[in-house]
Structure formats: structure tokens, C-alpha cells
Design a protein around this ligand. Structure first.
Ligand code: ZN
Length: 173
């Protein structure tokens, strides 16, 4: 069975990237699978650089290696990307990572773009909604938010009404 992702399980799954998220990690569950794929791709990229360097160093140190084999290669800079912050901003996923390269920046940009078509609450296809606060949601999550807001407003209106009535009664005493 596929395990349901949570922010904590995601952080535990990628301790090499997420052990020091010093500006916070806060988005809806619907976007966690996007982050899972992003971190998985980052892991692959970081490991690829490491194995390239291992291959290069071994070849270089092996006596009798044909120099032509190494001609178009060099050591690559090894990366230690660290997630600084993950949040929602203007209805979209925003991911801030330190120590990246162009490749990882591209992955991040792609992940952020996918959030524009993914419901932040449940992960189904969604679109941007403007209910006073921009959010990317599917139809049913958008409805649920509207109902909750309406209930909250009605509750507030009732309390205000009761308060006003009480004040009128007290003034008339
Ligand atoms: Zn939804």
C-alpha cells in the first residue's frame, strides 16, 4: 500500500536535504508528492556527480589509462543542497534551496510550475482561485473552503448581532 506522505515523513525520507529547514516547511498535503519527486530527482543528480567523480579519479590514478578517455571530462563540483524554506506564496508552491546548481534550479522551477495545476489540499488537478486569498484548489476543495468560510461568517454575524442586541438592551435600561 502506498504510504500517505506527511511533512514529517518527507523530512525523514530526505535527511540529507531537510535536516535544517531553518525558515519553515509549511504547505498542504496535496503538494507533498511534488516535493517527494523533486527531492528524489535531486538525490539522483547529487549521486550522479559523485559517481562521475569516482570514475574520473579511478581512471586518472590507474596506470596505463588512455588519456583520450579522460580528454573531455573533468572533476565536477559536488553538491550539498539544503532546503531553507518551503511555503505557499500567491497560491503557488515556493521552494528555497541553498547550494544548488543550474540543474537543481531547473527542477525547482518545474516543481513550482506543477503546483499551479495541483490542488494544494488533496493533490487532484486544480486551478488558481481568488477568494480574497489566492489558492490553487480542485473544485471540491474550493467548495469546502467556501462552505467553511460561509459558516465562519454566519457564526461571526450571529455573535455580532447578539452583542449589538445586548448593548441596545443595556442602553435602554
Ligand atoms: Zn482538492
Amino acid at each position: 500500500m502506498k504510504q500517505h506522505l506527511t511533512i514529517n515523513s518527507l523530512i525523514e525520507k530526505y535527511p540529507e536535504f531537510c535536516s535544517n529547514v531553518y525558515c519553515g516547511f509549511g504547505v498542504g498535503d496535496g503538494w507533498l508528492p511534488i516535493l517527494d519527486k523533486l527531492f528524489n530527482n535531486m538525490k539522483h543528480h547529487v549521486n550522479q556527480i559523485k559517481s562521475h567523480n569516482k570514475w574520473y579519479t579511478e581512471c586518472k590514478n590507474r596506470p596505463g589509462t588512455d588519456p583520450n578517455v579522460l580528454a573531455n571530462h573533468s572533476l565536477k563540483e559536488e553538491l550539498n543542497p539544503q532546503v531553507a524554506q518551503v511555503k505557499e506564496k500567491f497560491g503557488l508552491l515556493r521552494i528555497y534551496i541553498d547550494n544548488t546548481d543550474e540543474y537543481i534550479d531547473g527542477l525547482v522551477s518545474m516543481a513550482e510550475s506543477i503546483s499551479a495545476i495541483t490542488c494544494e489540499d488533496c493533490g487532484l488537478p486544480g486551478e488558481m482561485r481568488d477568494g480574497g486569498w489566492l489558492r490553487t484548489l480542485c473544485n471540491s476543495c474550493d467548495e469546502a473552503v467556501k462552505v467553511a468560510k460561509k459558516e465562519l461568517f454566519e457564526k461571526y454575524a450571529k455573535t455580532q448581532y447578539a452583542k449589538t442586541q445586548k448593548e441596545i438592551n443595556e442602553t435602554n435600561k
